[in-house]
Unconditional design. Structure first.
Lengths: 367, 367
């Protein structure tokens, strides 16, 4: 095998004569050497659906990791809908754009073992992607991360258009400039070396989606338990026991006036429904995560969103719910698509959360 | 070979039982099928230095293209300094970040023939990269593009920080957010299906670099003939005969006040040197490109940059130089790094140039 490949390389580059080409030859031959490649064990972050081969996914911020020996690793997809960051040994090496039915193979010089991490960068509200897996030569996996943190929210948690150079974006520009991995959630989680889930969907509110009309068939409490948005089966995730759950929802409920033709009829009725539904949602989250610290976020202003979210928090505290806190976030530059936070805003929000958890180390429950 | 790979795939996925996996198996086996891969003929855009194997390059906007059959193509690098766009069959499929000593192999389903295009996205003023080439199964190449257009300039032509979400950038952020391929030059060239060169270097002026201090060892007229900035050998480019040459230089000469400790002593002396040197530079460009249309760009304002550039143009016209025109460009949003144009500004400048050439079709000299 090895000899055959060397012959092929020599045939391909008949001009090879000088010593300076030795390195290039070595590289190219090595590129094909690992023919013992197998599908490797994968560590998965985020809510996905396990398939017979690989994983299907829709939620933002999903990631896949493995560890391998040698100089070659491949990734196989059936995903024409997503963009991904590919990170090898901690270094971002490529952004994959809608790979489709593709295998990408990366050959590197150093002998390893290496880590590879595939991060879903994009938001796909109405499309499902499939990652078949990594192929390579297995190395002993990294120990699991002890810390787990979950984020629940809307576009502010997705990282919607956060890398855009302008605010007026086409749908395609929103797609291309969204990097969920630079949202405040992943930034916070990575700081604490925690696994994370980004259970967020742009445009959704707690009871009322953006403008009272967007994504009519979906509600956040409906989607939250699911691995895939149109599959009502709850996600199977026996290893997911987050110490911390951060919730940032309500911007869409309150960002446009309630119209008379909406079911609530008045802003007051909608706000009452928001408070009731949000409180019930948190009680469900608490029931599923009895020991988790829950942190509710809201903006540091006097908006209806902020005021009503504080009321939800106060009512839950008054009812005796423990391990529940709230925190306000300062105003942002909002130069991303449609006036969304840009990645500097995301970093500021992450800094605020990092400071908060630094001041509350017990929230990690000894992890 | 084929049978061996199938066995490896089956061994790697012992759970394979259902019909739904057929497509995945087929894909993965096909991924390794093209073992007749050779280095393919490459079409090169931009000033590069041909090496025994592959190409070295520094100028922005460089690109490499080939055409291949089958389902597999690989790219081999020795380049830890650049980011690249990879475009297959016209579709951007990945952004490669500082690949280093790496081979990247992409396997695709459809049988082809396919085109692949590797575009240097980043600016590397003090680093050289090497692309060894594409390996795959050769297909008959595309016919050469009849049109050729050349751009000469500074950061405004580089696309410096043009995809940034903010104006205050670190050097690393400038690097990562620069996409020379979204500069006004490549956008204009692509519109006309023209090959292009981006002979531009951020911070350089015609006689005075930014702030009178940046890149002290370089001047644009010195670098212009070279393939690599520190190699005085003129670029070898027998096939480069641009019909159009667009020049946009002078912003750095005039953007900061001349200090008394600079060699000119006064702004007036520097402006006189600018006019003289710029005129001589254009005469040299004309001598090397006797029939090319030369178009000088300047901002639509009354800045010293605009005023002095118009004087250069008027003097050359008065001296009888033919096939020379000038054009002013409107103000920009300048939300890229350090107040540079963003990609919307680049697109507007490209639109202005496209309108200009639509109104001057003879500039393409029948091509």
């Amino acid at each position: 095998m090895w000899r055959w490949l060397l012959a092929a390389v020599l045939a391909a580059a008949p001009m090879i004569a000088s010593a300076q080409l030795t390195q290039a030859k070595t590289m190219i031959v090595k590129a094909d050497e690992d023919r013992t490649a197998r599908f490797l064990p994968v560590h998965v972050g985020g809510k996905v659906r396990k398939e017979d081969l690989g994983y299907s996914y829709q939620w933002p911020g999903v990631y896949f990791e493995t560890r391998f020996k040698g100089v070659s690793i491949s990734m196989s997809f059936e995903d024409g809908a997503n963009n991904f960051n590919v990170i090898i040994d901690g270094k971002p090496v490529m952004i994959l754009r809608k790979p489709g039915a593709t295998t990408i193979n990366v050959n590197i010089h150093a002998g390893g073992p290496h880590t590879i991490r595939l991060e879903k960068r994009s938001e796909t509200q109405y499309a499902t992607g499939r990652f078949y897996g990594f192929r390579g030569v297995a190395a002993s996996p990294e120990p699991n991360r002890a810390r787990q943190i979950e984020f629940i929210g809307d576009s502010l948690t997705v990282g919607y258009g956060n890398t855009s150079a302008f605010t007026q974006c086409t749908p395609d520009e929103i797609f291309e400039t969204t990097d969920a991995q630079e949202g405040f959630g992943p930034l916070t989680a990575k700081h604490f070396n925690a696994d994370y889930q980004i259970n967020a969907f742009s445009g959704l509110g707690m009871v009322r989606n953006y403008d009272g009309r967007e994504h009519a068939k979906y509600r956040l409490p409906m989607l939250y338990p699911r691995a895939l948005f149109d599959d009502p089966t709850p996600a199977v995730q026996p290893d997911w026991h987050p110490q911390i759950i951060v919730i940032r929802i309500g911007d869409n409920d309150f960002s446009t006036p309630v119209r008379v033709d909406e079911s609530w009829g008045t802003a007051e009725a909608m706000a009452a429904d928001y408070q009731k539904t949000y409180a019930a949602f948190i009680r469900n989250v608490r029931a599923a995560n009895p020991t988790a610290q829950i942190l509710m976020l809201y903006p540091a202003d006097d908006s209806d969103y902020a005021v009503n979210t504080q009321k939800v928090f106060e009512a839950l505290k008054a009812s005796g719910m423990a391990r529940l806190d709230s925190m306000s976030l300062p105003p942002m530059a909002e130069t991303g698509c449609d006036g969304h936070p840009n990645i500097h805003d995301d970093a500021k929000d992450a800094d605020a959360l990092i400071s908060y958890f630094d001041a509350h180390p017990d929230d990690w429950q000894g992890k």
